[in-house]
Design a protein around this ligand. Structure first.
Ligand code: ATP
Ligand code: MG
Length: 422
């Protein structure tokens, strides 16, 4: 990608009502655009990061046998009335609704338990059809009261929602734990594994506890009690003597910290299968209700948390696996066609030819501006070409997190990057 052809630019202007650090940084660096409070568009750089996060989640969901699909955002009230959530949630919860021209009401999806259960009931007939895992990445709409955390809490956001279908509680447990294991891998790959805790939260009707995945973060809206000995945490809302006894932890071994929920996993029992008639016939020909679970992750919230946690006063610092580009090439040329430009162009072409994901700042801007932008945009490795580096025999390499630089020959540099990609 050539910077001169990039749709967005870095900027010093931040909307005056934007108080969150993640949105301020991402807007300045040209990753997102604020449409209105709690609503953001993802610009090419931001969309690449979001896609990289989604890619990691998708790979791990596929590994455990998830079927990816896409359900509609517009939701039919008749399905939601069966589980009583249309009436129970509509007025009290964050549900957006709209109307057809003939005045029929519709919902804008804020979650999809009812829809997926209804769809599954068309296909699940026998014990031979189970167990099943189905998931999607889909835009959810929620009329959040508070939307002051940038992309960590928005009124329209992509969620990965997975739903599990099991023959009985025992099989459900197996699926639940399989998803929990996958979540651990996902948050590690996303670069926040060391700060993310499986957290006990209240479970609802069908299980005593659910599990949230909470990432320690000053900007988080939750508070959790972390137990370092067991490497887990308890949500402040469920923190009481009974929970401590259940988990075998003492008050004195817990520390309280602000955190943000990046994901959660929930046992649903037969709440939805019973309401929406999702049954199967077991080996004896008896009808049984399917036991379900639901499992969310918010990719944009993860992105916001990473911007909050892994950044410095100069800008963003992306973990390699989710960075929009692997390499940021800065050429301090005076004009197109001069020695520095041509030297950089050759490097750019070789890298691109070998499949290296490289962004070249090919603008004729001042050196200071280019270097500041490189730091702000936060691609993990910067390679610099100037008359000085050419005299010294090559290019200057600097990792975004490091302060020292290193001169290497052009050949050495190209060899290491093109080999890494082959
Ligand atoms: P919270 O308590 O933060 O409101 P939630 O319990 O409502 O979250 P779920 O309904 O379980 O969240 O959604 C699954 C995941 O979607 C959450 O773990 C979070 O990562 C993400 N998420 C939820 N609400 C939002 C939002 N308004 N903006 C961005 N991501 C969100
Ligand atoms: Mg919520």
């Amino acid at each position: 990608m050539l910077y001169s052809q990039l749709f967005s630019r870095t900027s010093k202007d931040i909307p005056s009502d934007e108080t969150s650090k993640n949105a301020q940084l991402l807007i300045r660096a040209g990753y997102i655009h604020k449409e209105m409070a709690g609503v953001y568009s993802f610009l090419p750089l931001g969309y690449k990061v979001l896609q990289n996060i989604i890619h990691i989640i998708r790979e791990e969901m596929d590994k455990i046998g998830g079927n990816e699909m896409l359900m509609s955002s517009l939701q039919d009230p008749s399905i939601w009335k069966k589980s009583n959530r249309w009436t129970d949630n509509k007025d009290v919860d964050a549900w957006f609704t709209t109307k057809l021209k003939n005045d029929t009401e519709l919902g804008l999806g804020f979650t999809h338990e009812e829809d997926i259960t209804n769809i599954a009931s068309k296909f699940v007939k026998s014990y031979k059809n189970l167990p099943l895992l189905a998931y999607q990445f889909q835009n959810k709409f929620r009329n959040e009261t508070r939307a002051k955390s940038g992309i960590m809490r928005t009124r329209e956001f992509i969620m990965k929602d997975l739903y599990s279908f099991a023959r009985d509680e025992e099989e459900h447990e197996i699926l639940y734990n399989r998803v929990a294991d996958a979540y651990k891998i996902i948050f590690k790959r996303l670069g926040i594994g060391d700060k993310t805790y499986k957290t006990f939260a209240s479970g609802g009707v069908f299980s005593k506890y659910s599990h949230e995945y909470q990432t320690l973060c000053e900007a988080g809206e939750d508070e959790i009690y972390v137990c370092d000995r067991l490497g887990m945490a308890i949500n402040k809302e469920v923190y009481n003597d009974e929970v401590l006894a259940d988990l075998g932890v003492g008050k004195d071994e817990l520390r309280v910290a602000p955190a943000s929920e990046v994901g959660n996993i929930f046992s649903l029992g037969t709440r939805f299968s019973s309401a929406l008639d999702l049954k199967y016939k077991n080996e004896k020909g008896e009808e049984k209700e399917v036991v379900m679970g639901s499992y969310g992750i918010g990719p944009a919230r993860v992105m916001g948390i990473i911007a909050e946690l892994i950044s410095d006063d100069r800008g963003l610092i992306w973990p390699t696996e989710i960075a929009p580009y692997a390499l940021y090439l800065v050429s301090l040329h005076k004009e197109k066609g001069d020695e520095v430009y041509n030297y950089s162009e050759e490097i750019y072409n070789v890298l691109r030819g070998s499949g290296v994901d490289v962004m070249w700042d090919d603008r004729e801007s001042a050196a200071g501006e280019k270097l500041a932008d490189a730091d702000l945009i936060g691609i993990p490795v910067r390679v610099l070409v100037s008359t000085k580096t050419i005299e010294q025999g090559g290019v200057e390499i600097k990792e975004r997190v490091a302060s020292q630089t290193e001169i290497v020959t052009k050949e050495q540099f190209l060899k290491s990057w093109t080999e890494a990609c082959n």
